[in-house]
Design a protein around this ligand. Sequence first.
Ligand code: CU
Length: 458
Amino acid sequence: MMSRRSVIKSVAAFASLASVGGRVEAAAIPEAPRMTSAATQPPTFPSSGPAYQPVVTLNGWSLPWRMNDGWKEFHLVAEPVTREMAPGMTARLWGYNGTSPGPTIETVEGDKVRVFVTNKLPEHTAVHWHGILLPAGMDGVGGVTQPHIPPNKTFVYEFETKESGSFMYHPHSDEMTQMAMGMMGMFVVHPRDQKFMRVDRDFVFLMSAFRIDPGASLPQVAEMTDFNIWTWNSRVFPGIDPMPARRGDRVRLRIANLSMTNHPVHMHGHHFSVTGTDGGWIPEAARWPEATTDVPVGVIRAIEFVADNPGDWPIHCHKSHHTMNAMGHANRNFIGASQKRDLVKAIGKLAPGYMPMGDAGMADMGEMAMPGPANTLPMMSGEGQFGPAEMGGMFALIKVREDLAANDYRDPGQYQHPAGTVAHEVGTEGANTPEKGGAADAMSPAAGSAGGAHMHHH
Ligand SMILES: [Cu+2]
């Protein structure tokens, strides 16, 4: 059950929106709750209808509804929003009900759903319910299945969510602009049978990318390939909240990709299976174990694992430039070359904004407090218990602990490693080095009973 404290917290976080349209409409249309916080909100347990284990939206929230004569009614408002991507950087995006991505919509298999969509953008829009099987006229493709929704107008969508699974919503009007501005959300349909595909923790997030130049806060919407901010739910590390799990929990992550490139998502410390897509659930016999799964463009991968390995485990995109924040593309590789400060200064005069890579790699830049443009995050940041994390972008931690309460999603802090289980420095005395011949001997086939020979040096 949701704790009393978290109920109060989530209710307090909703600020009601001014009425939409005229007086008559205002009575017929449910209130549109609004969120401005980018913190992960506690799960929203259903107040009516069939019970289910609600999802937790990473750095996000779920949209409350009202029941009206057997219909589950939601109200989405498409509008400009302000989104903190991580402390130190705020972006001016478009989203729904105060946030980008918009709130997660949760329904149950067999629910009759009515979604009101009010357009408060300066241009028309339409909402497509990605992956949900519904009547053609409810598919939300502006110009094709319905007229576009003009600014300041409200449209209504009505359909039955017939199948449980993981879906999305996003505009199908001027898509390139509207998705580049951050308009998207998750749509989760829970099984009516609570035992079917049951998990203890169910996290959802969308992957998207932005082109926001250093110093700017507005995305460049005409960008086709050269994105520089790689986000999970419009957040970048260290702004992405950790995902806590109790040891033994069965955990699901529903990972959607609405960026313009694929993301191979890799998780440490556990093996998982892909159990569902935006086309439905995958039968057990058709699954295989993974440590990385590629999430292509316009796709959802639901992955599941048993959190049986305590620790702080990274989960991240394996494209290494996607676990970094915006960097100047003029960077050159200076590894192995020593840079003279005055040379840097001279180049800086010719090419303002020029920032050289370090001469021993880029690790320097994780620690450097280099004065950058305003509203711009360091390329690599985040602090771990052993030093700088040197990460940005699509990176988060799964925190597996022995002693978490059910439905407690608060950050449990840094993992306390049992004594003797952390990689550590050793003295070099007695270590084999090629100079001494030890390592070479041990590796040569002639070394035969090399174990003994190897030990000899100690
Ligand atoms: Cu990626």
